[in-house]
Design a binder for this molecule. Structure first.
Ligand code: DAH
Length: 357
């Protein structure tokens, strides 16, 4: 009987080692150790054997069962590990493959692109970027910028006041800033000269047509130091014009009026679409209307009256000078990219926006 047990054991051990997968191993287990298998049956009937054989047979059968169980358990672990490895290999994802379908990557809005481009130019020239609130007081938006009480920009028709019916001459009355210039005085209150800042941001006026939207964007520039002259302003704006519109550009300053600069100028850039107002095709240039110059911004030397508002912060108009300028971001974007209607920038039509960037 023990011979038979050894035979079963050897056969089963052979089957266990050659079982190639978990399922086959399970079949082997059922075949040799399952309820109907020979070895367990033998164990169950040991008691019926002649007394002389009982002990030896029982021992051999028990040992064989234990050995097979252990062998199966060990083989099961081996097979599980290999199968896991195979599955990982099979299911591996190559994260470097391009997605299918491809993802649609967005882009920056043309106004944001233009703002960043302008910021980069002025940061390169040594200016710092400062930001201010869009809800301002009459004081910073008008009074401290030397606007006389009768200045037309103060009218309800030209400015969005936050609470209609409030006293528009009260310095504390709130409005949506009509330009980024209020940050001039605010920045000087915070920091003594020398001061070199640009202030990008949203501005608001009740206008709405092909060249005006109620909300638009400006970049203010302010430089205050000793020995600042109009030539510094001109050089700064020439560098800006060439960086944005091309190395061959020139700028010219025309006399103008702004309440907070004296003298004030309007700045033109030489047209980048024509020569002397005539296009390559011999037509009158549609961009500059044959003028050869395009108006791009307002600027000037900071009016000493403005410095009076911040004299106690280190701005003595006898000792320091400054220049300031205000750029319309939409205007630059439209000129540079030939956008015919300002409202296109706010319609959010993807077919328009996709053309840029
Ligand atoms: N704030 C003016 C506007 O919105 C633009 C401007 C003109 C800004 C002259 C300046 C400046 O800083 O010096 O029309």
């Amino acid at each position: 009987m023990t011979d038979r047990i050894q035979q079963i054991r050897a056969e089963a051990e052979q089957a266990i080692t050659t079982a190639a997968d978990t399922q086959t191993l399970e079949n082997v287990r059922i075949h040799y150790l399952g309820r109907k298998a020979e070895l367990p049956n033998l164990l169950r009937t040991v008691a019926e054997l002649p007394a002389g054989e009982r002990a030896a047979t029982g021992k051999a059968a028990n040992e064989a069962r234990k050995a097979l169980e252990a062998a199966i358990e060990q083989r099961a672990l081996q097979l599980a590990a290999t199968e896991l490895e195979q599955r990982l290999e099979r299911d591996r994802v190559d994260v470097t493959l391009p997605p299918d379908p491809g993802v649609h990557i967005g882009r920056l809005h043309l106004i944001t692109q233009t703002r960043r481009e302008l910021e980069d130019v002025f940061i390169g020239l040594g200016f710092n970027v400062a930001e201010g609130p869009e809800v301002e007081t009459v004081y910073y938006n008008f009074d401290a910028l030397n606007h006389v009480p009768t200045h037309p920009a103060r009218l309800m028709t030209d400015t969005f006041y936050v609470e209609p019916g409030e006293d528009i001459f009260d310095p504390t009355t709130l409005l949506l800033r009509t330009h980024t210039s209020p940050m001039q005085v605010k920045a000087m209150e915070r920091q003594p000269p020398p001061l070199y800042i640009i202030v990008p941001g949203r501005t608001y006026r009740p206008d709405n047509d092909a060249t005006h939207t109620p909300q638009f964007h400006q970049i203010e520039g302010l430089a205050v130091d000793t020995d600042i002259t109009l030539a510094d302003l001109q050089g700064t704006l020439l560098a800006f014009a060439r960086a944005i519109f091309g190395e061959a550009r020139e700028v010219r300053l025309r006399p103008h009026f702004f309440p907070f600069t004296e003298p004030s100028v309007e700045v033109d850039v030489s047209c980048f679409n024509c020569t002397n107002g005539i296009t390559a095709g011999g037509q009158r240039c549609p961009l500059c209307r044959g003028e050869a110059w395009i108006e791009i911004l307002g600027a000037g030397m900071v009016d000493p009256n403005v410095f009076e508002y911040v004299r106690e912060h280190g701005y003595d108009p006898e000792k320091i000078q400054g220049f300031a300028f205000g750029i319309g971001i939409e205007r630059i974007a439209m000129l540079k990219h030939d956008v015919p209607d300002l409202r296109l920038l706010y319609d959010n039509d993807i077919r328009f926006l996709e053309q840029f960037g």
